[in-house]
Write a protein that binds this ligand. Structure first.
Ligand SMILES: Nc1nc2c(ncn2[C@@H]2O[C@H](COP(=O)(O)OP(=O)(O)OP(=O)(O)O)[C@@H](O)[C@H]2O)c(=O)[nH]1
Ligand SMILES: [Mg+2]
Length: 425
């Protein structure tokens, strides 16, 4: 259980420009704050066509916000949109308390959750890039503190030099971290994984955070994985997974595939984060099939699907076939497990027959190029028979005087490889 006591009292603020998912994005912002161990005490909204360039909210509303935060003894304000450096500075100046935006909040959560060296570096890069254009605001704030008020002319000059220095330091750090990421990519383990991907079909679990991707991965690994392989972390929280894990699964008829589980999405996922996590998400980009997992019990699941599609597009993942797993049906009135059309299943991840149905839909898409064929392998090529026994679905075996006759289901690459044994009847 999470026993962290919230230390920040937060007021969330949002600008309603008439966008369809406004209400939902505010609810989600509150959830994100809770995920970051903050206590949301209230919210303030304004309807405007577009944000005020200087202060996000309009002038009158900023005054209201200031009174509001004082009256409620709030410690922090979180804006639903990414604030420009000057909006951030001006709002901080007006309210005199900590102001952050949705982007900074998501970055903080990611920073807490990152476990592997790779995830940690990726988050650090995103955080540094977020800070880079906002250095002068931070510098102004510290100058204000030093001089007990607005910065004088003399100070401003030295402040700017300081900013230049800070900027160079940060750029160096980013370059250094990028190099480190490259080293990780070159490691033996990463290369081995890539080799595997080239020879075995790959499916990737994608979708909104908390939809149940890792749970499905674990259920599949338990039934079809190598017994020694570790389970992945699954938990009822936003962004439980920040790394990509890949597991090899072998179905009872010897069909093998790689399954990857990766970081979940959320609406308005910061661009810097998407950029920074590209290498993690590259796993999905190279997949033969995407399995989009959806929390069907969430009333906002359609918005979540739209966000997932949008995020995939931003990462540059297009034109990969996709199947849809509507999960958590046990929390709805809908009957399950059921299949709708060729590419949709309604399931509950912790139920065995649901897992069977998920496997069925994966199978139909991932192995649709597999063919039935009959091969005659001379006894001298015994190693080929062993390979086929291990890697293909043998339907029938016959021992003839000139070799082993196998009727089997086989991947197109393997069929090509063993073409010389092909029997045409
Ligand atoms: N009731 C119910 N709970 C489920 C189901 N599938 C998963 N859960 C729960 O939902 C929570 C989130 O599951 P995860 O598998 O961690 O979700 P995820 O999609 O990997 O989330 P991120 O890693 O944050 O992207 C966990 O508490 C699971 O036990 C389901 O079919 N029914
Ligand atoms: Mg997960």
């Amino acid at each position: 259980m999470d026993t962290t006591v919230p230390s920040e009292k937060v007021i969330i603020i949002g600008l309603n420009t008439g966008q369809a998912n406004y209400e939902y994005s505010m609810l989600e912002l509150a959830e994100l704050a809770q995920a970051n161990h903050m206590e949301v005490i209230d919210r303030l909204d304004q309807s405007l066509d577009r944000p005020n360039a200087a202060t996000y909210f309009g002038k009158g509303k900023v005054e209201e916000l200031t009174q509001f935060t004082t009256a409620e003894q709030a410690t922090t304000i979180i804006a639903n949109d990414e604030l420009t450096p000057s909006q951030l500075a001006n709002l901080t100046e007006a309210t005199k308390i900590r102001v952050i935006d949705r982007t900074a909040l998501i970055l903080e959560i990611f920073a807490q959750r990152a476990q592997s060296r790779e995830a940690k570096i990726q988050v650090q890069i995103a955080q540094l890039q977020y800070r880079l254009p906002r250095l002068h605001t931070a510098a102004n704030q510290s100058l204000d503190q030093q001089t007990g008020g607005g910065a004088g002319f003399a100070n401003r000059g030295s402040g700017e030099t300081q900013i230049e220095m800070d900027r160079r330091v940060i750029q160096k750090q980013i370059a250094h971290l990028r190099n480190e990421l490259k080293e990780i990519a070159k490691s033996e383990e990463t290369k081995r994984a890539k080799r595997d991907r080239d020879t075995i079909p790959t499916a990737a679990l994608v979708g909104y955070t908390n939809a149940g991707k890792s749970t499905i991965m674990n259920q599949l690994v338990e039934r079809f994985g190598v017994s020694s392989e570790k389970k992945v972390f699954e938990k009822d929280m936003l962004f439980a997974t920040l790394d990509t894990s890949v597991r090899q699964l072998t179905l009872p008829d010897q069909k093998r595939f790689l399954l990857s589980d990766t970081v979940g999405f959320v609406s308005k996922l910061p661009t810097h984060l998407i950029e920074a996590f590209k290498s993690t998400l590259a796993e999905a980009a190279s997949a033969d099939l995407l399995i989009q997992v959806i929390d069907y019990s969430d009333p906002h699941h359609e918005e979540m699907m739209a966000t997932t599609d949008e995020t995939l597009r931003q990462i540059g993942i297009e034109n990969i076939p996709m199947v849809y797993v509507f999960n958590k049906a046990d929390k709805t009135e809908v009957s399950f497990p059921t299949m709708e059309g060729e590419d949709r299943v309604i399931v509950s991840a912790k139920q065995d027959s649901s897992i069977d149905l998920i496997v069925k839909v994966i199978r139909q898409h991932l192995f649709k190029d597999y063919q039935e064929a009959t091969l005659l392998v001379p006894f001298a090529d015994g190693h080929v028979v062993s390979y086929l026994n291990e890697h293909t679905n043998i339907l029938d075996t016959d021992y003839l005087p000139d070799g082993t006759k196998l009727r089997l289901e086989i991947a197109p690459e393997d069929l090509h490889r063993f073409q010389k044994y092909l029997l045409t009847e």
